[in-house]
Each structure stands twice: as structure tokens, then as C-alpha cells.
Design a protein around this ligand. Structure first.
Ligand SMILES: [Zn+2]
Length: 74
């Protein structure tokens, strides 16, 4: 019976570590933060899209208010 351990290189100290490791045994770097960063790209895009849509909505409200002000004054 052979114990196969999949190893990856630590992105911080370049030492071989277990692929499933959450903390590097050599430099004690948190490897879970890297995995979270990959997911947050999608979250960042969603935040950008939400901000973009609310920006358009806000501009439309300002435009409508400006138009109402323009026509009601005359
Ligand atoms: Zn390390």
C-alpha cells in the first residue's frame, strides 16, 4: 500500500506542501485566502454590475426630476 501525497508549491516560500493544506508548514502562510480570492472575482464583478445599474437608475431619476423641473417652471 502506497500513500500518495499530492504536493503543490507554496506561492509564498516555494516549498513543497500538501495540496490539501490550508496553512503552509514552512512559512505559516494562510493558503485558504488564495482560494477565497479566486471566488471573489465573481463577487467583485457582481458588485461592479450592481453599482453600474444603480448608477444608471440614479442618473435616470435625476434626468426625470430635471425634466419635471424644466416643464413645471414655464
Ligand atoms: Zn510557505
Amino acid at each position: 500500500m502506497t500513500l500518495v501525497q499530492e504536493t503543490i508549491k507554496c506561492p509564498f516560500c516555494k516549498e513543497p506542501i500538501n495540496a490539501r493544506a490550508t496553512i503552509c508548514k514552512h512559512c505559516r502562510s494562510d493558503l485558504t485566502a488564495l482560494k477565497k480570492n479566486k471566488k471573489s472575482v465573481v463577487a467583485r464583478y457582481n458588485t461592479f454590475r450592481t453599482g453600474f445599474l444603480s448608477g444608471i437608475l440614479f442618473s435616470l431619476i435625476i434626468l426625470i426630476l430635471w425634466l419635471v423641473y424644466q416643464y413645471s417652471d414655464k
